[in-house]
Design a protein around this ligand. Structure first.
Ligand code: HEC
Length: 460
């Protein structure tokens, strides 16, 4: 009897297990460390409200009684549109319950911001492809280890500068950046449930005639890309500061090493510092200490002198939210005088110390909010996109809309003015140009809801 009972319950357990083939380990809601942006009056914003601030007015023209295009789109409310992105920043950077990890014996460094409790794209994509690699005793749900790498979209530039012959100045180490991608829980759950990191699943979707992946849940799906530079713990480091496109632009791209101004970051243990320039305290940045050989090994390529105990400083962050179907596109970057200029406008007062050092710009699609000259909106993060050809005219969504499966081989294409672009140069301006320059094979591919990370093939 007992035996029969046992074997039946084992059978039940087996059935139950088989019925739940993809129990999400990475973003399991039973794990408590995760902290979302707290829902508030500001987030998630109803899409109709965002449309209204963008100037959409469905009321008929009072003169003709007809809803013409002109009458539908009226004045934008730029302060409200900016405030929305700032409130996202406030929500993301609010304290979580987890302490910021520092080496034993060092003074406590306060709490991690909420976004640090989110899920690393690498872990989520691996689980969704059926091969979770918990990195030898580093379960992805504990305090997140830094998993940073040279940004994929800049790889061509890196190779170009490594190849640079005589006449081209060698790059300075410290002007490189490394980046990492995090998803919030709704994004994580969707990637896993729909197996969006799995090449086979995406091939099957294509074979079944789909041209788009199943849509991410509207409103609260989010993703982040964080951008970092390096500071040694007892030395100092030169960090270039972006003061905007020079008055007499000589180029369309500016690698940080070419920016005219920089500051010198010092830590409380700085002893020797050969660099000259205005000194800035480490605590004016959000920073993380490198605490394991694993974290160091991942960035060695970009920062050969990095050691355990040194610091990574956050110089920029991209944030997207699915409050509107094609996502809201916001970006934040560090500045030593963060209270001046259009990118400081509207910063809310409740931000804690270091978080006030970041400037912001936001785009709500490929064109809007239109620039003062009625040009499509250019939105870029200088620490990432200023480096590539056309980057200071770029817009997040015109590049991200090219994220498809399978990723076509780099091909020459046309830019907004109809000029031929070389492979790897992918800046077009505005929605019209973007349509006109779309590569034909995109129409036959699977659109990945603008997420570039979904083009990755996770390693087993
Ligand atoms: C030239 C193309 C390009 C432009 C312009 C660009 N990005 Fe990206 N973005 C990428 C690539 C490539 C990745 C990373 C893919 C990876 O790490 O696998 C990425 C990653 C991201 C991610 C992580 C989520 C994901 O899978 O896409 C976010 C969020 C993001 N970018 C936001 C932005 C924002 C906001 C802007 C504009 C301010 C922007 N991007 C401009 C190419 C671009």
């Amino acid at each position: 009897m007992i035996r029969r009972y046992l074997s039946r319950s084992l059978l039940h357990a087996a059935i139950l297990f088989a019925a739940l083939p993809s129990v999400a380990q990475v973003c399991d809601s039973a794990k408590q460390d995760y902290e979302p942006v707290s829902p508030s009056a500001d987030f998630p914003a109803p899409k109709d409200l965002l449309a209204k601030w963008l100037g959409f007015n469905p009321d008929p023209d009072p003169g003709t009684g007809e809803a013409s295009d002109y009458s539908k789109w009226q004045a934008m409310d730029i302060p409200r549109l900016r405030r929305h992105a700032w409130m996202l920043w406030a929500g993301l950077t609010a304290d979580s319950k987890l302490p910021r990890p520092v080496d034993a014996g060092e003074p406590a460094a306060g709490l991690l911001p909420k976004w640090e409790t989110w899920y690393r794209a690498e872990d989520v994509l691996q689980e969704s492809a059926g091969h979770l690699n918990t990195e030898k005793g580093n379960p992805p749900t504990s305090v997140p280890q830094l998993l940073l790498a040279f940004p994929r979209e800049l790889v061509n530039l890196k190779f170009a500068s490594a190849r640079s012959g005589p006449g081209l100045a060698p790059r300075r180490d410290n002007t490189q950046v490394v980046a990492g991608v995090l998803y919030n829980r709704p994004t994580c759950e969707h990637v896993i449930a729909k197996r969006l990191g799995d090449p086979v699943a995406k091939d099957n979707m294509l074979r079944n005639g789909l041209r788009e992946i199943p849509a991410f849940p509207d409103r609260d799906s989010m993703a982040l890309k964080t951008v970092w530079m390096y500071v040694p713990h007892d030395g100092c480091e030169i960090v270039p500061v972006w003061d905007g496109i020079p008055n007499e632009p000589k180029a369309t791209h500016y690698q940080p090493a070419e920016w005219p101004r920089s500051i010198v970051v010092k830590t409380s243990s700085t002893r020797a510092c050969a660099a000259t320039g205005p000194a800035v305290d480490l605590n004016d940045f959000y920073w993380r200490e490198l605490l394991s050989q694993l974290e160091v090994a991942r960035i060695k390529d970009s920062f050969p002198s990095a050691r355990v105990g040194d610091y990574m400083i956050l110089v920029g962050m991209h944030v997207i939210t699915k409050e509107i179907p094609n996502w809201v596109w916001a970006t934040f970057w560090w500045h030593d005088h963060p209270d001046y200029g259009q990118f400081a406008d509207g910063r809310p007062s409740q931000l804690a110390a270091a978080w006030r050092h970041y400037l912001m710009d936001v785009a709500y699609d490929m064109d809007r909010p239109w620039q003062s000259t009625a040009q499509p909106k250019a939105t870029f993060n200088p620490y990432l996109e200023a480096a590539f050809e056309g980057g200071t005219r770029s817009n997040c969504m015109t590049c991200h809309r090219r994220s498809v499966w399978p990723l076509p081989a780099a091909r020459e294409t046309l830019d907004s003015q109809g000029e031929l672009l070389q492979p790897g140069q992918i800046v077009v301006t505005g929605s019209e140009a973007s349509e006109a320059t779309y590569l034909p094979e995109f129409r036959k591919s699977l659109k990945l809801s603008f997420l570039w990370t979904l083009t990755r093939v996770p390693q087993k």
